[in-house]
Design a protein around this ligand. Structure first.
Ligand SMILES: *[C@@H]1O[C@H](CO)[C@@H](O)[C@H](O)[C@H]1NC(C)=O
Ligand SMILES: *[C@@H]1O[C@H](CO)[C@@H](O)[C@H](O)[C@H]1NC(C)=O
Ligand SMILES: *[C@@H]1O[C@H](CO)[C@@H](O)[C@H](O)[C@H]1NC(C)=O
Ligand SMILES: *[C@@H]1O[C@H](CO)[C@@H](O)[C@H](O)[C@H]1NC(C)=O
Length: 325
């Protein structure tokens, strides 16, 4: 029975190969420290990861084993949460107090995550001690495996856009207000990738005319729903927290705290600088901050004021949310 024997050998080989062919590993080593940041043009004590504020992006592919060795060099416990990421094996390492222990000062802990088939945009943030008010957040991408179709063409560029509200006060002071059961004061400003309206330089994204880009927008803030818009450019919504969408087009998008969206924008306007605008929603006090969509073939700066957006209208937001759902 030579054929049967060969078949058996073949099947056994297949089994062995399948067991050995593990998904790829990606290793990260993070050093969490305090450092001076200038989101509002004034020095503040921020939480840095490898010297960066916001922290570095994690890029991964479905099924990857993401191994992150985090060294806590703060003077207090520190815990990171992977917002929206479903861990295939270690769901208890989600970085939420109660399931994962915070890392004591001077110690390190290695998060072992295996990302699932939730291709899209997420972010991480510190989940205890109100550290989030001082930084420690960053983008987290899960890309499709090669050969898995994505329902849009590969964009010419892919930008992480972390937006949020911000206080001039440090997290220790803010936490002490909350611990006394008091309400926090109104936030001082909004930021785009850690730069607010009085920041030294606006956050800027450079695009080539005629090309299409992906923006991964997350609201990493504390309290406020934010509206995101780009002067003169429509946004095609292609992904919401790991799910591809119907690809509706929007002039502006409400992004609530904790949400992440991917949009495609095409640089199809007259070459110049266009405002990227973030403003808060549902409040009589209106805060706005701006970034720049810069056409690479132009030196022309902004013309006129940034475009306005929805402010207190709730129905508008609900209608939009329904169109996305
Ligand atoms: C982390 O950064 C601090 C300050 O720069 C440095 O003293 C320390 O050695 C670094 N630790 C690691 C593990 O890289
Ligand atoms: C701490 O870091 C060291 C050096 O990289 C590593 O060998 C060790 O496993 C880490 N400890 C934990 C608990 O992750
Ligand atoms: C935090 O802010 C409070 C109030 O402004 C201040 O008294 C305190 O020294 C600050 N703490 C740190 C560590 O910067
Ligand atoms: C701001 O932009 C200028 C000009 O591009 C540059 O020289 C400077 O280093 C930037 N400052 C910061 C804080 O990034």
């Amino acid at each position: 029975m030579p054929l049967k024997g060969e078949l058996a050998v073949f099947l056994v080989t297949l089994l062995v190969v399948n067991t050995i062919a593990e998904s790829p590993y990606r290793f990260f080593e993070w050093n969490v420290t305090y450092g001076t940041i200038w989101p509002l043009g004034l020095p503040q004590k921020g939480i840095l990861i490898n010297g960066q504020f916001p922290g570095p992006d994690i890029h991964s592919v479905t099924n990857d084993n993401v191994i992150i060795n985090v060294f806590n060099n703060l003077d207090e416990d520190f815990l990171i949460s992977w917002n929206g990421i479903q861990n295939r094996r270690n769901s208890f390492e989600d970085g939420v107090w109660g399931t994962t222990c915070p890392i004591p000062p001077g110690k390190n802990f290695t998060y072992i995550l295996q990302v699932k088939d939730q291709i899209g945009s997420f972010y991480y943030f510190p989940s205890t001690a109100f550290h989030k008010a001082s930084g420690g957040f960053g983008g987290f991408r899960i890309l499709s495996r090669p050969g898995i179709p994505v329902p849009f063409d590969e964009p010419a560029g892919d930008f992480t856009v972390l937006i949020g509200d911000w206080y001039k006060s440090n997290h220790t002071y803010l936490k002490s207000i909350l611990d006394r059961n008091h309400k926090l004061p109104f936030v001082d400003a909004l930021h785009i990738n850690g730069i607010g309206p009085q920041g030294p330089n606006r956050t800027s994204f450079t695009v080539d005319q005629g090309k299409t880009y992906r923006l991964r927008i997350s609201n990493v803030g504390l309290e406020h729903s934010l509206n995101f818009r780009i002067e003169g450019h429509k946004m095609k919504l292609v992904e919401v927290e790991g799910t591809h969408t119907m690809q509706e087009t929007y002039s502006s998008l409400d992004v609530h705290v904790g949400q992440s969206y991917s949009v495609l924008i095409t640089a199809d306007q007259t070459p110049k600088d266009y405002y990227i605008v973030v403003s808060n929603r549902f409040s009589s006090i209106l805060l706005t901050t701006t970034g720049v969509l810069h056409y690479s073939n132009s030196n022309q700066e902004f013309t006129g004021p940034p475009p306005g957006g929805p402010t207190i209208e709730i129905g508008w937001s609900l209608t939009q949310a329904r169109s996305i759902r």
